[in-house]
Design a protein around this ligand. Sequence first.
Ligand SMILES: Nc1nc2c(c(=O)[nH]1)N[C@H]1C(S)=C(S)[C@@H](COP(=O)(O)O)O[C@H]1N2
Ligand SMILES: [Mo]
Length: 317
Amino acid sequence: MAIHIPRGWELPESAATAEALVLNRRAAMLGAGVGLLAPGLARAQGAAPTEAAGMMAPPINGKYPPGRPTTPEREATTYNNFYEFGTDKGIYRPAQALPTRPWRVKVDGLVEAPREFDMDDLLKLMPLEQRVYRHRCVEAWSMVVPWTGFQLSALLAQVKPLSRAKYVRFESAALPGVMPGLRQSWYPWPYIEGCTIEEAANELSFMVVGAYGKELPKQMGAPLRVHFPWKYGFKHGKSLVKISLTDQRPKGLWEAIQASEYGFWANVNPEVSHPRWSQASERVLGSGERVPTLMWNGYGEQVAGLYTGLTRERLFA
Ligand SMILES: Nc1nc2c(c(=O)[nH]1)N[C@H]1C(S)=C(S)[C@@H](COP(=O)(O)O)O[C@H]1N2
Ligand SMILES: [Mo]
């Protein structure tokens, strides 16, 4: 296995941190010494990265500058929503029990070529890049994270959607043995979310497999989650096991519980309040500073055109 040592222009933003510099140096040393170590020994010493781990720092796509500093990794990875593991923000602890290999994801429904992908095969098949996106939770906090992944459109091209497909439905894993939250039986598990086929085809719709140049932490939805940076965070299904094309508008878990507060579209709009709080501003994870929330979370140039003519829809809740 070749160990890729990123060149200057390929360095992820996080490489500016001392930690990443140390890691890169370690990788370089490993590269030099790797021929001397039996592979088993290297692994036993915790030195050999997995194959997937070595793919997580592809070049950053510079087309989407976030305009704000990257959230410190520690803040973004210890303050999470993943109700399958509990309702508090500290679920990074119980989430470590999630087994992410082997992992299979089915892409099915109204497609010419339904397929079940092994996660490691999918990583080799898809054009990986990094995108530094803003993330806005409906609870009015936000972060900026360098995600590694590929465009959702590239995955859909593999299965060839039929013209009857109007929506994409995302289903998260539901593993009773490792997810204590599933015992809260009043939630209609599994976690479901969805979007239109036009939204799925948009250049911003991104399948995430890594963060901060590394494999996606389990609490962030390893090994595969989706990100629509112009929508509230609850639209971003984590730890996906099934992606289905359908002609029925999917009903999300939150919409099923409380449709008046969490709708299908959930596009970010500072002027449309949540029934219980204002969406005009947001608390920035890490600094704690409050900043104004932007229309479409600042991504109007790419997505506003998706919604012209949809005047009867509740686009912003
Ligand atoms: N399966 C699943 N996906 C989920 C959630 C969840 O509880 N379960 N929470 C959502 C919410 S409300 C947000 S804000 C984001 C949080 O992502 P993060 O933990 O990576 O910040 O994940 C979303 N995806
Ligand atoms: Mo959220």
